[in-house]
Write a protein that binds this ligand. Structure first.
Ligand code: PEP
Length: 251
């Protein structure tokens, strides 16, 4: 089964000069004991893949079709061809900015798998939903709609990202993260092949920083993190990678 995963989402940040951060990250982790993934903007995927060393490179979205009249979009095959191994799908910013539905995310996941990419499928509740006590219903619906049958530990990663924790500096309590990840694991096990569901990585995402990473990584069913802001600087992301490596070896 795949190991722990530290994933960075650069979002709409980064030009060629930013690849210096990736080179530093690669130099800091020449032989990582966990998987490290950086998802730069599409313009940098190819150059990033050349500079990445042991670090994996991913896209931040792909179209459900392999090619065609879809101006401005990018296919999973194109990402693969540029050197990507993963693609983030259904990030809350795409669900909000582009109105992406669970069905669309589901179809993009199938395209990613068909191209040999690992799909990092994002789910998460809004603050209003958490306060209303409907978090599990919301996540269950997203998981049911976005994760296709046939999901395997090798081709699917789930990223639990409470919308209200992304870029805000706020995180759920450690108990809330534990309960939510346990719910997600149970849901996956009930709807997918059991061994695969237990091997699937469930990442926590939302304001993960060097100073809170260790306590989050110590929680049951937290198999790594999807990190936005703190993935932009090699020093910050390296500290998070180090925390994940320490949690994986029990140091
Ligand atoms: C994200 O964009 O997936 C994310 C978790 O962002 P941040 O770490 O900045 O909250």
């Amino acid at each position: 089964m795949p190991g722990k995963l530290a994933a960075g989402n650069w979002k709409m940040n980064g030009v060629s000069a930013s690849l210096a951060q990736l080179e530093t990250l690669a130099a800091n982790h020449p032989d990582p004991s966990v998987e490290i993934l950086i998802c730069p903007p599409a313009t940098l995927v190819s150059k990033a893949a050349d500079a990445a060393g042991p670090i994996r490179i991913g896209g931040q979205d792909c179209h459900a079709n392999t090619s065609g009249a879809h101006t401005g979009d990018i296919s999973a095959d194109m990402l693969k061809d540029a050197g990507a191994t993963h693609v983030i799908l259904g990030h809350s910013e795409r669900r909000t900015d582009h109105g992406e539905t669970d069905q669309q995310v589901h179809d993009k996941v199938l395209a990613a798998w068909a191209s040999g990419l690992v799909a990092v499928i994002c789910i998460g509740e809004t603050l209003e939903e958490r306060e209303k006590g409907v978090t599990n219903q919301v996540l269950g619906k997203q998981l049911e709609g976005s994760v296709p049958d046939g999901a395997l530990a090798a081709n699917t990663v789930i990223a639990y990202e409470p919308v209200w924790a992304i870029g805000t500096g706020k995180i759920p309590s450690l108990d809330e993260i534990t309960q939510t990840h346990s719910f997600i694991r149970g849901f996956l096990a009930a709807h997918h092949e059991t061994a695969e569901a237990h091997g699937m990585r469930i990442l926590y995402g939302g304001s993960v920083k060097p100073d809170n990473a260790s306590e989050i990584f110590a929680l049951n069913n937290v198999d790594g993190a999807l990190v936005g802001g703190a993935s932009l600087k090699a020093a910050d992301f390296s500290a998070i990678v180090n925390a994940l490596e320490a949690s994986a070896t029990g140091v």
